[in-house]
Design a binder for this molecule. Structure first.
Ligand code: PEP
Ligand code: MG
Length: 325
């Protein structure tokens, strides 16, 4: 980075016509906190929590989890930290939780499904997250939600965790916000229903693209078919954003798409409220946002929706980028 871009990285991410978005960082570990601050992110939009479950010595205890979450929350205060509950299985393995071999791990007992099947494992993490919420703003994010029942069940377990903490006189934020990852196609189709059940959405484009296009995100043999600009993907993103806004909740994008400069006008055009990405790309993305008007991005997005192939969409987008940047 040049000094110029670092110097401006603490300015708000606001388009030329005054549309303000929030830019946050995706992190996994405490060591990454200085970079969140240095690069000008306004908090953590996705804390991936699998890291603390890597030890072969067994599952982490509530106290171990709490002390790490608490330190993160305190060091980032007053910025919020969105903590995603355990998202193991699929492409993410940890040594402390033995998973069965499955023919299709991405479609198997992973993420929220595993947590609902192992409520004690889940509740231990939820208590730790809740206790951290006494030290700064924390939001809870459930991964791989595919329908309303999973939200109801997860909320029931969250409620139990709250009651247990009350009995022990542990303080926590009673009004902690609860959101879901939108990364399964059925969640997109049901977004209007799900929006009534939660405080925010966070779109996981990595998995949403994998599941929608039936492209294994880690299989190099099909990597050329992995296409964020597939017209179906753009429609799904738009449907999600519109459903959220119709119900008065905000939408973040925390998949890799949010940190890719080329997609900035696309996400701005559909009205995404928050982008969360690797901290290192924050200054660049902010600079792009500050250099364009949302009105132009909306026009672009409407044009892109008229196209029926990814190739045509990409061509239009590249033309737009060369015209405006
Ligand atoms: C995603 O699926 O887009 C996402 C942000 O989560 P992860 O990459 O951790 O699955
Ligand atoms: Mg995911």
């Amino acid at each position: 980075y040049s000094l110029d871009i670092i110097n401006t990285s603490h300015l708000p991410a606001e388009t030329k016509d005054g549309f303000r978005v929030t830019i946050k960082a995706n992190i996994e570990m405490i060591d990454e906190i200085p970079s969140v601050i240095t690069y000008g992110a306004e908090g953590v939009g996705l804390l991936r929590t699998e890291f603390l479950y890597l030890s072969k010595k067994g599952l982490p205890k509530e106290e171990d989890l709490y002390s790490v979450y608490r330190e993160m929350v305190e060091r980032l205060n007053p910025y919020p930290v969105t903590i995603r509950t355990l998202d193991i299985g699929g492409d993410k393995f940890v040594s402390s939780v033995p998973l069965c071999e499955e023919m299709n791990p991405a479609l198997g007992l992973r993420a929220i499904r595993l947590c609902l099947r192992e409520p004690e494992l889940f509740k231990t993490q939820l208590r730790a997250i809740l206790r951290a919420s006494a030290h700064g703003e924390v939001k809870i994010l459930f991964p791989l939600i595919s329908g309303k029942m999973e939200i109801i069940e997860a909320r029931e377990i969250l409620e139990e965790a709250k009651q247990e903490l009350k009995q022990k006189n542990h303080p926590f934020d009673e009004n902690i916000q609860v959101g879901i990852m939108i990364e399964v196609p059925t969640a997109v189709m049901m977004a209007d229903v799900l929006a009534k059940e939660v405080d925010f959405f966070s779109i996981g484009t990595n998995d949403l693209i994998q599941y929608s296009l039936a492209i294994d995100r880690v299989n190099e043999r099909v990597a050329h078919l992995y296409e964020p600009l597939h017209p179906a993907i753009l429609r799904m993103l738009q449907k999600t954003v519109d459903a959220a806004h119709a119900h008065g909740i905000e939408v973040a994008v925390c998949g890799e798409m949010a940190g890719e400069p080329m997609y900035v006008p696309v996400l701005l055009g559909m009205g995404v409220d928050e982008f969360s990405m690797n901290a290192i790309v924050v200054p660049r993305i902010k600079k792009m946002i500050r250099g364009i008007s949302q009105e132009k991005c909306k026009e672009l997005f409407n044009e892109l929706l008229e196209e029926s192939t990814a190739i045509a969409i990409r061509r239009r987008l590249l033309k737009f980028l060369s015209d405006y940047y």
